[in-house]
Design a protein around this ligand. Structure first.
Ligand code: C5P
Length: 220
């Protein structure tokens, strides 16, 4: 479970080296509840670099590799990510129960949170057609929560009404993709996930603070 202080997760999609990454993160760590890393880090600084990040910054690290393979590969990846200091992993729902069952149990045993991707912030019509099925699947698997896009507030509301308060809803798509800051949490998400609006800004701290104001006082 991600502890909620501010309701904001940084999508840290950068190809920077670890030193630059750590300096950047230290500048805004007090304002964000978790750091989402993914393919950019894996391909640029590699597993050792990710380990350096998770050791150098004291926060919740969410791996967004949209994992979606057959069961034993999924389980291997979860074990390796745990060794790298990762706390939560985003997985595709689309691979279905047989490929998710074992990994959901393994993750609980290892203390890793699984967040199931059940809707894309752009496109993803196959997901949206099967929303109810995927939400039910997630609740039966015993995962930590779901990824629901800020660009589709009706989906956030629907998922929240289905799962109550027992699951955390993480919402990407704020800022560059069109979601208005504050409106995903106002629709029922626990966290907004923001990347480029913060990372590419000349003053990341000011932008982050303005997003936090919108989360506290949404105008949607
Ligand atoms: O830069 P931006 O704020 O658009 O970043 C959004 C982040 O959320 C990216 O890391 C992207 O991979 C991720 N994401 C998304 N839509 C999903 C799931 C994850 O945009 N459905």
């Amino acid at each position: 479970m991600i502890i909620r202080h501010n309701g904001l997760i940084l999508a840290f999609d950068v190809d920077w080296d670890t030193k630059r990454s750590i300096v950047f993160l230290r500048g805004i760590m007090d304002l964000i509840d978790a750091v989402k890393v993914g393919w950019l880090q894996l391909l640029n600084i590699g597993p050792n670099g990710i380990k350096e990040l998770t050791s150098g910054i004291n926060t919740y690290f969410l791996a967004d590799i949209k994992l979606g393979d057959i069961a034993h590969i999924n389980e291997y990846v979860i074990r390796r990510l745990r060794d790298l200091g990762i706390n939560g992993v985003i997985m595709h729902a689309v691979t279905g129960r047989e490929n998710l069952n074992g990994v959901a149990k393994l993750s609980r045993d290892l203390g890793i949170d699984i967040f199931l991707l059940i809707s894309m912030s752009s496109g993803g019509e196959l997901y949206d057609l099967n929303l109810d099925y995927n939400v039910k699947l997630g609740t039966e698997l015993g995962i930590a929560g779901f990824v629901v896009p800020a660009t589709k507030p009706n989906i956030i509301r629907r998922v929240r009404s289905m799962v109550g308060n027992n699951y955390q809803l993480l919402s990407p798509g704020v800022g560059v993709q069109g979601g208005k800051p504050g409106c995903a949490t106002a629709s029922g998400a626990d966290f907004e996930i923001v990347g480029r609006s913060i990372i590419n800004s000349e003053s990341p701290r000011e932008v982050t603070l303005s997003i936090l104001s919108a989360i506290k006082d949404p105008r949607c």
